[in-house]
Design a protein around this ligand. Sequence first.
Ligand SMILES: Nc1ncnc2c1ncn2[C@@H]1O[C@H](COP(=O)(O)OP(=O)(O)O)[C@@H](O)[C@H]1O
Ligand SMILES: [Mg+2]
Length: 257
Amino acid sequence: MTVIGLCSMKGSPGVTSTALALAAVWPRPVVLLEADLAGGDLAYRCRAAPGGPIPAAKGLLRLAAAVRGGVPDGHPILEEAELLGCGASLVPGVSSSAQARGLSGLWSSIAAACTAAEVDVIADLGRLDRASAHLPLAQASTYLLPVLSTSLESVMHLTDGLQDLMGALAQHGAESVMPVLVGPDARAARDRADLDELLGKAGLPTLATRSMPHDPRALARLEQGERASGRLGRTLLLRAAKAMAGEMVPVEEGVSA
Ligand SMILES: Nc1ncnc2c1ncn2[C@@H]1O[C@H](COP(=O)(O)OP(=O)(O)O)[C@@H](O)[C@H]1O
Ligand SMILES: [Mg+2]
């Protein structure tokens, strides 16, 4: 099914939060896979559907062990997912970068399992460059969403980082890259236009940049386990996430799935 990879070039622009918001409103069955080599954090930030903390047993490490010899029969990704209060299913990431190093030879297998999954997969790749161990998962992504903030350095790291990354993602082309700009809603249209112009001048014909509004209240409610299908769905954060999801999964398809 469709694999969506979210990444950053540098810093902490909001990759995990954007991935969570997208997973919470995704119009088809989906699993959010925490594949950040620096370790996952949603198990600490979110509540499980029954209300308490996320149990520690399931996650990326067990998924990697299950798929190391090839994608097994059954539903290896779904088996490692925990249902969050907000409605998203989460495969929790590793707990440290040392643990992530143990996965270094397994990313092709993990990517194959994502591609073969019977649900869509939203993968939080954290920081990504052409030398990253988890590059196979970026290569397997139907859409790659580099997330950035509106600061000048974030914008410059995106253009430099993408130039470099595109060589390693050759089979993709920039037309499957959808930049996501996290920032104040009031300036979003201008910020998007500026970035698109810059990317065009840099010879990076990506899809049009999308905005993810800075909306700490909605994000906190999502993490605390409020369902995205209710009133929370009308907040700036989740309306933006729905619009973004609609760019990748046509709405009619989502409704009938
Ligand atoms: N859209 C947003 N609205 C409000 N706060 C956000 C948003 N995105 C990220 N943040 C905040 O910024 C910080 C970093 O976000 P996070 O998603 O963990 O970034 P990354 O995964 O890139 O490191 C967190 O404190 C988070 O609450
Ligand atoms: Mg993160």
